[in-house]
Write a protein that binds this ligand. Sequence first.
Ligand code: ZN
Length: 80
Amino acid sequence: MENSKSGGALNSRLRCGEEVRLFSSMKRSIRAMVGVQVKHVEFLREGRQISGFEDTLVITANKWKAAQQAYAQHVREHGC
Ligand SMILES: [Zn+2]
């Protein structure tokens, strides 16, 4: 009975689908970026060169930044 008028407030306690989606895309982009760095360290340890490593790192870092911003913006606008 006491919750009959507070549907909107209650909904904000549930995880919003878009928030879940953006969060997992943010996690995926971190993992991709870390994966590139781990691979680079392995190659360095074996004394091998990787061509195009810095480009790949910049691309994955930009994806992570974009995913982070999209997530932060959604949470700010949605309050979820
Ligand atoms: Zn949301």
